[in-house]
Ligand binder design. Structure first.
Ligand code: 1GP
Length: 246
């Protein structure tokens, strides 16, 4: 089954949770433990990426490790064309629509497109919108973070993404953000678009995940959670239950 079909068929039943794993921060040995525990805790799939310290070698190794450990879909969440692993199932083929740099609007995509074709990676077209504070993703992607008090501006970007043909809209507060994307922004975007809405950044508790889903997210992404959790399987189960029970 294609990953796009996997996502849409699961979404018909309930919202999804994706776990973001960063090979720049996590060793392959640790990835085995994290992937196993999060899969057992009910995550719906894995994203592999990060803003710094990624090479093709460590992304390849991470993807292979996760796939062998869990047999769940692994989607690349790339920053640079140079670390696009052909071993993943799919790639979020994304444009950072509020970047000030051509490189992140379309340059990295042009550089990686022939490799995506050659490897057969399934491209999942996505508009990536960095909302303040944006954190490292905003800095590395040279974004002008979208202000948290201007839902209309975020809606304009999301609609532009949909009209450009993108099947996914990702609202990103930035990994490690103190707060997730505001609920009124998520609601406004949800009411305006017809495509799949992904929300990530700063989601650390079942309660905040529940609010993000109630506001309209189809897919909730957490990254830092697996790195900071004291008893991962139990805490992740509570988080995925909060998302799945919407
Ligand atoms: C980053 O949205 C993801 O791209 C995850 O953020 O690390 O804050 O969960 P966190």
């Amino acid at each position: 089954m294609k990953v796009q079909e996997y996502i849409s068929s699961r979404r018909e039943a309930r919202p999804l949770h994706f776990t973001l794993l960063d090979p720049g921060k996590t060793s392959a040995d640790d990835l085995i433990t994290l992937a196993k525990q999060t899969a057992e805790a009910g995550t719906d799939g894995f994203m592999v990426g990060g803003s710094t310290d990624l090479s093709l070698e460590n992304v390849d190794l991470a993807v292979e490790t996760i796939k062998q450990t869990t047999h769940m879909p692994v989607i690349l969440f790339p920053t640079h064309a140079s670390s696009v692993s052909g071993k993943a199932d799919a790639i979020f083929f994304m444009s950072l629509l509020n970047s000030e740099s051509r490189q992140f609007l379309v340059g990295e995509q042009i550089a990686s497109a022939p490799w995506v074709k050659k490897t057969g990676l399934e491209p999942l077209s996505m508009a990536y919108l960095v909302v303040a504070p944006g954190m490292t993703a905003g800095r590395v992607g040279q974004a002008q973070p979208l202000p948290r008090d201007q839902p209309d501006l975020v809606v304009s970007h999301a609609l532009a993404g949909q009209y450009l043909g993108m099947k996914y809209i990702y609202l990103e507060a930035g990994s490690g953000a103190s707060e997730p994307v505001p609920e009124d922004i998520i609601k406004s975007v949800r009411e305006s678009i017809d495509v799949t809405l992904i929300v990530g950044g700063g989601i650390r508790t079942p309660e905040s995940a529940r609010k993000v889903v109630a506001a309209g997210a189809d897919i909730v992404v957490t990254g830092t959670f697996v790195e900071t959790s004291q008893s991962l399987k139990e805490e992740m189960t509570a988080l995925t239950n909060a998302i799945h029970s919407k």
